[in-house]
Design a protein around this ligand. Sequence first.
Ligand code: SAM
Length: 231
Amino acid sequence: QLSKRLEKVASYVRAGSSVADIGSDHAYLPVHLVSRGIARRAIAGEVNKGPLTTAIKQIKKNNLEAKIHAKLGNGLEVIEGEEVDTVTICGMGGPLISQILEEGKGELSNVSRLILQPNIAADHVRRFLLNNQWELKDESILKEDGHIYEILMAEKGKPLVAYSDDLEKELWLGPFLLKKKSPEFMEKWSKELEQLEIIYEKLNEAAPTEELMDKRESVKRKMDWLKEVLK
Ligand code: SAM
């Protein structure tokens, strides 16, 4: 049984795709996609040998060796010379996902869809997309086992389409998620506002160096955004 989180990721994969799942670990996602006939074939990429071994076992257990290729390699280097149209990167922090994309940009020329699930700091991923001609097409947010997850889907195209003039705010909160304001979204950002209020109090108590003043300004701006959004 696939997690609700990976199930949502799978829902963004087009029928007949050739998928590379980067940081695949147990290869649950590629096994699901290929065994259900959603993906034609898949690569399970892993930088660490332990998880790669787990992936290989899982692929064998499902008799999918002919269609899923487990490969050891850093980030997108596993798609070099392969025919891949969709890349999934899930269960890592936003900074690591955007670093993997940045370092492997050259491998993305035949890729037409990215499905990305940052555990934290999705703004880093949105910023990468914006700066690299990837159009954010949809976003989802869901809660599973007490965690709230965001999933971003992008295609090659016009990077600014999803955003309004409030670019910084929307890069942080997600333009689609912000429009929808689902209960999960409201829960996530209410908690964030509480945290920011505590930080702001502490910054006000400290001696006002220039650096602290800048930090305070930035925290205040975010608090104002959230108060407006959560109204
Ligand atoms: N994608 C799966 C999921 O969402 O359930 C597994 C997520 S697991 C927390 C992260 C995996 O990414 C680990 O198995 C780790 O070895 C792998 N990883 C981290 N950095 C990587 C990189 N640069 N290239 C490939 N895999 C990486």
